[in-house]
Structures are given as C-alpha cells and as structure tokens.
Write a protein that binds this ligand. Sequence first.
Ligand code: 4NP
Length: 162
Amino acid sequence: MSPQRLLFVCLGNICRSPAAEGVFLHLVAREGLADRFVVDSAGTGSWHVGKPADRRMLAAADKRGIVLPSRARQIEAADLGRFDRILTMDNDNLAAVEALARQGRPAPGTEQALIEPITRHCRQFRTQEVPDPYYGGEDGFEQVLDLLEDACGGLLDDLKSR
Ligand code: 4NP
C-alpha cells in the first residue's frame, strides 16, 4: 500500500503548519504507523523560507514531548500533484491554496490534492480556523497545540481506516 501524502499549510510555515506536522508525526509514531504516511508543511508566504519553527512554537511543543523538524518553505503549484491531501489552518490559507490549484493543471497521470481546513477533523473543538499566534502571547501557542492535537487525532482516525 503506498503511503498517504499530507501537506499542512499556514501563512509563514514557522508556527501552525510546522506544529501540525510535528503533532501528526508524533501521533503516527506512537501508533507505529510512520511508514503509512509522508508528511510535510509549507507556507503561502515566503518571508521565513529556510528557517526552523518559531522558538515559541518549538518551546510549547517541546513541553508536550513533540519535535518540530520543519524548515520553512513556500508552497508551489507542483505540491498540488505531489500530495494527496492539503490541510489548511485558516480561511486565507484555504483561499490561497485553492487559487494555486486553479492556476496549475495536474501533470498527466496525477490527481490534484484534496484541499480542506484541518479543523474539519476536530472532535472536541468547534472552530473553522487555527488562529495565528505570531503576534500574540504564549497562551496562543498552547491554544494552537490544543486545537492541533484534537484535529490531528481526528485526521489520523479518519485516514488510518483507508
Ligand atoms: P504561521 O504564523 O502562519 O502560523 O507560521 C505566522 C508567522 C509569521 C508571520 C505571520 C504568521 N509573519 O507575518 O511574518
């Protein structure tokens, strides 16, 4: 069975999507399912390309035993053909990825990724967006992780039966 390919997307690729990537990797490792998924993250913007996750996000994740391996990169049209599913953090990211999908045509023989808000997989929280923590305080980073643990748990449950 070929692995399911997931791309998490936010604006800067230094806070929310690296956290989503790290939380999802943490969950699949815990369940012994690492070989069933290929996981990456990207930003719709390019300001932070090449940088590790924001130190506040890294610290909040570390407290929960979660490692964030990402280096920021910008999403590109080819990602729509490389991944099976693109999970966006907020309505702006969703609109940006949908616009990118309309621009590019999938290469022959490849299907375009399914694009959806990650919050669709939440079981506990009822919200459409993962709020951007960049200009806020420390508790914003904790809230992001609470939401992403809920959403990634739901996502993994939805995907592992496929
Ligand atoms: P992210 O957070 O989209 O969750 O990575 C942000 C990071 C940087 C900026 C905005 C949001 N910025 O404006 O530089």
